[in-house]
Design a binder for this molecule. Sequence first.
Ligand SMILES: Cc1ncc(COP(=O)(O)O)c(C=O)c1O
Length: 423
Amino acid sequence: MIEPAVVSPYVRSRRATLAEGQPISDLMSRALDNPGLISLAAGFVDQETLPVEVVRDVMAHLLGNEAAGQAMLQYGTTPGLPALREAILQQFTSGTSSRETIDHLVITAGSNQLLHLVAESLLDSEDIVLCAAPTYLVFLGTVANLGGRTWSVATDDLGMIPEALETTLQQLANSGDLPRVKAIYLVPYFDNPSGITMPSERVQRIVEIAKRWSHRTRIHVITDEAYRELRYAGDDVPSARDFDEDGETVIAAGTFSKSFSPGVRVGWGILPEHLIAPVCAQKGNIDFGSPNLNQHLMAQVLRRGLFEQHVDRLRASYHQKLDAMLEAADEFLAPLEGVTWRRPTGGLYVWATLPPHIDTGPEGELFDRSIVEGMLYVPGQYCFPAEGQPIAKNTMRLSFGVQSCERIREGIAALARAIQAVT
Ligand SMILES: Cc1ncc(COP(=O)(O)O)c(C=O)c1O
């Protein structure tokens, strides 16, 4: 007699298991569950500056015409609304290259989806993505979830070090792993979490290194430009895409989440020719097109010049918050031995390093002590790739986007008390 198979109700896929333990959702819910806590953790944008009036006006206009409104409330196409793709190209690219056409641009549900689709399109199990140390923690989860490996390259105050990248590639070649290296991931503008903006000469060298080391398999450079518009001083610098003359190496990811609204969740990718079909095929399987109405909204916002106006307002507001955080750090953290932090000129994050013996992670004393003192931060260790450089457990990311200047100051004062208590 054949025994009936016993089916466990808890059977999960390998990917579901790999997805466990990602810290981002936990951190976000800790912040939302403790409204009294001053969260300098979650990378949310400032609630006060969200463009309610702009969206209300544009939506009223868009839905003013019955037939046009009906079309917008219908499904769109997989690569996205041509009018939005055109508007994005005009707004965000130098427009000097004839290879940048709307056919290379895919609209996604935020840039996270683009990163996911690119990872799905490039990586097989055990393939490697080289990253800075530290780097954007959600992307680390995306790669791990696909069974890929993240490997960090030594990083200094100007981002990933080109010489260290060469050394890492040589080491991987020596161990036979070079064919597994499929991409180098950069967040060159006001990095999450480090706040660093890479000088364009460095970005250019990294693109050149990626091309030179592309032997049997191409090593792509993914430039994640989520914070490019959030610049509070100085002039914009060229994108990695501008250094990719044949357009075969660089994948650019952009988003309106930080510069306009994460609730609208419209992002995009500008892709090398050979990746357009694979990325669209992946997207076809997932949602066969991002929310159509939101794409019409963003096309109008760009076309009417409302985006630039909004970004100007945002910059002024975030600049004040950044100053508030740096001033509070000068006042409360500077007197503490061995505590240092970077001074970014844009983005939403300040990266701090504590004395080596202080573990900022959830297992260490400081994390709970900070909650007792009334604040929350992101432990830096979450932002380090699994392989490569050592994980700096004495680091943290502090976000200044959400809280008012007063609460930023209080949050940093609370952090200083917590550090003192565990020193
Ligand atoms: C570096 C970086 N890339 C991408 C994203 C994703 O943003 P979205 O998916 O909302 O466009 C974020 C969000 O925090 C980010 O910090």
